[in-house]
Design a protein around this ligand. Structure first.
Ligand code: GAL
Length: 635
């Protein structure tokens, strides 16, 4: 399949007489796709029941006449003001109990049935009008679930729905009291109707209660999306997708993806570096105008695992954004690099956000491919070369990576409510694991912990997996891979109480975790091989062989040849040594990459991406700073 480029466009922001020129310029820039409509409700239905589709008909015709393929968004992320007159209680409430008001976007509660049905009906109306339109090649449902912290709502509608959800999950209030350990502090309930949302308690609410609320909130998003899917499915054969985000873990994306055809996500590398990632000042300075070298790839690999490998970048940063604390411009070359990196990881489409910078409203400081005065912004010049390169080179075909990393949203929620240490963050642990693997040149698939077939992987890692899913131990054993669990894998139950007998309870591995400690910054427990454990340390006991120890003799890595458990959070130096040991056992070749270089192996090519500031010589080619190069795949 040929990879293609696209752009996000808002015809309702511009006079109609420039649409045709815009469309022609998009095609000239090498773009194939255009996404429209996802925030246009106030123009599609300016008054309740009064629809105006003529302008959208003309916009679709103009874009399609130029040869563009259209992705049509359902506008449910931006209900118009009149919707609040219809449903005054549709707003989400924040954790202080206050409604989150009209005047920006995503102002709705996923538990409000009335608004969910209105959004579904709007999807159906659009589906009836455009579902068989040959110019509509894909549908985006809503926009960025979870953006602006919108998964968990503390509204009356949410409380009501939570009680119903709990009743379905636990069937009897006694079962719930037992599962949550509500005898503690006399928290027992007599009825599901007694249960409130876990906020505004005097001190910490029961972690089991908090985890249940997170599971519930995730399910609400999945069901909310499913309502629009159900409306659209009978009306169109075009694929349905949603645009996920970077480091948003508040709902289970794997669960939501089951209802969709293609995963897509919105990639803002420079914004993420400043807004959303840990890292010391030197790291942030080194990658200030390139973005973190692993953040984009991590999400590419995560979202590739959602819909059998079908995924897109729906929004690609083309210049400075407006929403991070600091918003520098990409270095020349980075827009091309990010685009190629997505293709190398299997993206079918990379679509830039947005065509022209808006001179008004919240995002007026956010660059597009065009400036607000309608001249080309720097990002535009980088799209065309990629389009030409794609046309010239053979297609990039994906192959199963040698390494699998198991990712689990519920584990992120579990450790969020029971961190036992200020620095225990699931995403951070996963990301550092991923970075350590990539620094040694490995390509990685990220998969759900419920995966049932892991055959063919040489190395499988599942750090921080709170509860071992039923059957995972057998799946790991059957895979034939070298496996690493821990730290903090299998140590709690589904309802967030300590696993007894002490975890991780892996067949054939006599090992228990008898104590855990969190370590403040600056505290490290050195390992004999070099490097150290920081943030988190576990006391391991049992007869399993210790393959690595701390300098005080305590076991750190225990295992039986194929299955290993790691009892601490490694610093980068220790991670490198652990991966070297495991890769040796798995007979997996490693490369020691220079700083800033990252590789991606596909069936057809190996790609090299230089996120650094100096040229890098690799495989007989020089990769300039902010550059990309590729070679035919070996063997
Ligand atoms: C995304 C969103 C877009 C736009 C963009 C700005 O979060 O989907 O609508 O706001 O960010 O970077």
């Amino acid at each position: 399949m040929k990879r293609t480029l696209g752009v996000c466009y808002y015809p309702e922001h511009w006079p109609e007489d420039i649409w045709a020129d815009d469309a022609a310029a998009m095609v000239a820039a090498g773009l194939t796709w255009v996404r429209i409509g996802e925030f246009a409700w106030s123009r599609l239905e300016p008054k309740p029941g009064h629809f105006e589709f003529d302008w959208l008909d003309r916009a679709i015709a103009t874009l399609a006449d130029a040869g563009l393929k259209i992705i049509l968004g359902t506008p449910s992320a931006t209900p118009p003001r009149w919707m609040l007159d219809r449903f005054p209680d549709m707003l989400a409430h924040d954790a202080t109990g206050q409604p989150r008001k009209f005047g920006s976007r995503r102002h709705y509660c996923h538990s409000h049935d009335g608004y969910r049905d209105a959004a579904r009906d709007m999807a159906a109306i659009l589906g009836k009008r455009y579902g068989r339109d040959p110019h509509i090649h894909a549908w985006q449902i809503d926009n960025e679930y979870g953006c602006h912290d919108t998964v968990r709502s503390y509204s009356p509608a949410a409380r009501h729905a939570f009680r119903d959800w709990l009743a379905q999950q636990y069937q009897s209030i006694d079962a719930l009291n037992r599962a949550w350990g509500n005898v503690f502090w006399s928290m027992e309930y007599a009825s599901f109707d007694d249960i409130d949302l876990p906020h505004q308690t005097v001190t910490q609410a029961n972690p089991a209660h908090q985890l249940a609320f997170r599971r519930f909130a995730s399910d609400q998003v999945v069901q909310w999306n499913a309502a629009q899917v159900a409306a659209l499915r009978p009306l169109t054969d075009a694929p349905l997708l949603h645009n996920y985000m970077g480091r948003v873990l508040d709902f289970d994306h794997f669960a939501l993806a089951r209802d969709l055809d293609i995963a897509s996500w919105d990639s803002y590398p420079i914004g993420f570096l400043s807004d959303r990632l840990e890292g010391d000042a030197a790291h942030k300075q080194d990658y200030l105008q390139q973005g973190d070298p692993d953040m984009q790839a991590f999400h590419h690999d995560l979202y590739r695992g959602m819909n059998d490998g079908r995924w897109w970048v729906m929004e690609q940063q083309p210049g400075p954004v407006n929403w991070a604390p600091y918003n520098p411009a990409p270095r020349p070359g980075m827009v091309r690099l990010w685009t190629w990196e997505a293709f190398a990881h299997g993206a079918e489409v990379v679509s830039y956000f947005r065509w022209r910078q808006a001179p008004f409203a919240q995002e007026q400081m956010h660059a597009g491919l065009m400036r607000p005065d309608n001249t080309a912004a720097p990002g535009l010049a980088e799209a065309r070369p990629v389009a030409d390169e794609i046309a010239q080179m053979p297609d990039v075909e994906q192959v199963r990576a040698p390494v699998a990393l198991l990712f689990d949203y519920a584990s992120a929620w579990a450790w969020e409510v029971l961190p036992q240490g200020a620095d225990f963050d699931y995403f951070r642990l996963m990301f550092e694991t991923y970075r350590a693997l990539r620094k040694q040149g490995l390509s990685i698939d990220i998969l759900p912990a419920t995966a049932t077939d892991l055959a063919g992987y040489r190395l499988i890692l599942a750090p921080g997996l709170a509860t071992l899913p039923d059957g995972l131990a057998e799946v790991l054993a059957d895979s034939g891979a070298t496996c690493l669990l821990g730290p903090r894998t299998g140590l709690v139950t589904h309802d967030l109480s300590i696993t007894l007998p002490f975890g991780p309870n892996l067949p054939g591995l006599d090992l228990t975790v008898t104590q855990v400690e969190s370590l403040p910054p600056g505290t490290a427990r050195p390992a004999t091989v070099g490097g150290a454990v920081h943030h988190w340390a576990e006391t391991l006991e049992g007869s399993a062989q210790a393959s690595m120890t701390l300098t005080d003799g305590a076991p750190l890595l225990m295992g039986n040849g194929r299955l290993h458990y790691l009892g601490g959070w490694p610093d980068p130096d220790l991670w490198a040594r652990i991966i070297t040991l495991l890769a040796n056992r798995a007979k997996l070749p490693l490369s020691n990459l220079p700083d800033g270089l990252r590789l991606r192996d596909t069936a057809t090519h190996q790609f090299g991406f230089n996120y650094g500031l100096e040229p890098i010589d690799w495989n007989g080619k020089t990769i300039p700073p902010s550059g990309v190069n590729w070679w035919p795949a070996k063997g």
